[in-house]
Write a protein that binds this ligand. Structure first.
Ligand SMILES: [Zn+2]
Length: 78
């Protein structure tokens, strides 16, 4: 929210099982709406958050794959 308006008039950019990403065309604020929490970020901060979340997801996926490989390697053959 900026001095230019008192409340954002957002549109839904994306929606999924955990919540929605909305954008205000007037001030450019990105709103992350989850069931219990809502975040309002500038487009640049939202991009930074998206990159950080993507990095974390990539590392978690790698760790999950390594764990699966390790568990597969310790299983008896029969
Ligand atoms: Zn706004």
């Amino acid at each position: 929210m900026t001095a230019s308006h008192t409340s954002c008039n957002c549109f839904v950019v994306a929606s999924g099982p955990v919540g929605q990403i909305l954008a205000c065309p007037d001030c450019g604020t990105i709103h992350i709406a989850l069931p219990q929490v809502s975040l309002r970020l500038s487009p640049d901060r939202f991009r930074d958050l998206s990159i950080t979340v993507a990095k974390a997801q990539h590392l978690l996926d790698e760790a999950r794959a390594q764990l699966a490989e390790k568990q597969a390697g310790t299983r008896p053959l029969h």
